[in-house]
Design a protein around this ligand. Structure first.
Ligand code: GLN
Length: 498
């Protein structure tokens, strides 16, 4: 962390991190690194660290970041890892306290996906990404609140109430992984897993002043993740630092025979990319991402990031992504189509909520779905069903597939001349509760800079790069070539202002 920064994000991080371990003799903010060192030097134990996080979770209950907290499980695990640490055989993430989005299965825990329809659904197996964290001795402390079935940009669509942005509690934390983001931003976990279908990791990260990484499509197994839009969804980390995001990615990345979309690509040593030298890198600025609709202060902060890269010897070139004006419409046609299909399984028969007093099968389907799904979910099921229906399939769904290809080609062309792309994460900083919830189009437009990485399947990170006049965090986004998370992490690390 920079020693003399006065940004609100830094102040927040420091205050909260300090509060993590009450009475701890260490005076510096306790990052994951510092926690691990403190444990290894005998200053504290993982059990105490987990207890302190649980206390933070209790104290900050009003933020509504969690749908279930798992104290017994976490403490048992912490004691086990303490003995492994003492014996010198602990895993790569020993000492790390992690929260996971409630769309990820953890055996024996409830997985609601932020929906009433799954409010009592107990997972019968554990998602691969979560299991890999457990196998490397991360402690899973809680499952986090989210927009229902990960549809939303503000976490206002959760059936269990909104999550508050810890920087300004009158504002949204972003979405749909709002709870995971706030868990990290408010010092209740070192890292968290979210999912990003159209920006749900990067946009909240930018709103709350933390790091959020969406890996390449196929980099992380999605086995055990409840599907929203299967050609877009990807699991990724939130963390306080780019290094911690890299550590988590290292563990969750890699082929999994249980997910046919997970790529057989070896994961490089991601941490080794974090040396600060960006000299000679060619960095593209898409003309289309700096136009109308971009808030001035966000624009200025991103420009400052670009200046810093230039001063450090990177070569900045203007590029064009000519089809980007179709990003939002293409995304919302394809994602709703896929979502309407994926969500067909919630019918009252197989999972969760079933309406009582129904007379026949059809009424059971209709009433169960009517009573237990929220307004945004219903809207998307209707939109998706419409674009897939026989008479409109060619006009909408097939056409959008073709445009998606053009958007992918725009990126492929750009990456012939640049190593990575830098642009804003979100056109604005965190907005107020209620500001966009009744205007779906305005809400969808807040994803304008994030959906392209999902349409193309490329990796992208959001890192904090400053604050606006109200002290609200601003995120800058780095997008890289397919499977080049290394460059994304390197440039993200260079740009990250704690
Ligand atoms: N905000 C976008 C949407 O509502 C992205 C959601 C996501 O990434 N899960 O579709």
């Amino acid at each position: 962390m920079a020693e003399n920064s006065t940004s609100a994000a830094t102040t927040l991080g420091r205050t909260l991190s300090k509060a993590i371990i009450p009475g701890n003799p260490l005076t510096n903010p306790l990052t994951y690194d510092e926690t691990r060192q403190a444990i290894e030097s005998g200053t504290t134990t993982l059990e105490r660290v987990v207890e302190a996080h649980l206390k933070e979770i209790e104290t900050k209950k009003h933020l509504n970041a969690f749908l279930s907290v798992l104290p017994e499980r976490a403490l048992v695990h912490a004691r086990l890892i303490d003995s492994k640490l003492a014996n010198g055989n602990a895993g790569a993430l020993a000492g790390m306290v992690v929260a996971i989005k409630d769309v990820l299965n953890l055996k024996g825990a409830i997985t609601t996906c932020g929906s009433k329809i799954l409010r009592q659904y107990e997972s019968i197996y554990t998602a691969t990404a979560v299991q890999r964290l457990i196998d490397e001795d991360a402690v899973i402390v809680a499952k986090t609140n989210m927009d229902e079935f990960a549809m939303g940009s503000s976490t206002e669509n959760s059936a269990y109430g909104s999550v508050l942005n810890p920087v300004d509690e009158t504002r949204v934390p972003g979405g749909s992984s709002g709870g995971s983001c706030v868990a990290v931003a408010a010092g209740m976990a070192h890292a968290a897993l979210g999912t990003d279908t159209g920006g749900s990791i990067r946009q909240p990260a930018s709103f709350c002043g933390v790091v959020g990484l969406k890996p390449t499509y196929g980099r992380v197994s999605r086995y055990g993740m409840v599907a929203l839009s299967s050609s877009f969804d990807q699991i990724g980390p939130f963390a306080a630092t780019v290094a911690d995001a890299a550590r988590v990615l290292q563990v969750i990345a890699g082929h999994d025979e249980r997910d046919s979309t997970s790529a057989k690509m070896p994961a490089p040593d991601f941490l080794s990319f974090l040396e600060k030298d960006v000299k000679g890198l060619k960095i593209g600025l898409p003309r289309e991402a700096f136009g109308a609709g971009l808030d001035d202060e966000v624009h200025d902060a991103v420009n400052e990031s670009v200046d810093a890269l230039r001063s450090a010897g990177a070569e900045i070139v203007e590029i064009t992504l000519p089809h980007s004006r179709y990003n939002i419409s293409t995304y919302y046609i394809l994602m709703t189509a896929e979502a309407s299909s994926n969500l067909a399984r919630y019918d009252g028969a197989r999972y969760g909520y079933r309406s009582s007093g129904v007379r026949d099968l059809n009424e059971m389907y209709v009433k169960s779905r009517t009573e237990a799904l929220g307004a945004e979910t219903k809207r998307r099921i209707m939109l998706g069903t419409y674009v897939l229906s026989a008479g409109y399939y060619d006009a909408y769904y097939r056409k959008a597939q073709k445009v998606r290809r053009l958007i992918q080609e725009d990126f492929a062309n750009a990456f012939r001349t640049v190593d990575c792309i830098v642009m804003p994460t979100s056109p604005t900083t965190a907005f107020k509760f209620g500001e966009k919830i009744n205007d779906p189009l305005a809400m969808y437009l807040s994803d304008i800079y994030t959906v392209s990485a999902n349409l193309a399947g490329i990796p992208a990170i959001s890192v904090p790069c400053g604050v606006d006049g109200k002290g609200l965090p601003i995120g800058v986004q780095v997008l890289g070539q397919w499977f080049d998370e290394g460059t994304v992490l390197k440039v993200g690390d260079f740009l990250s202002v704690p």
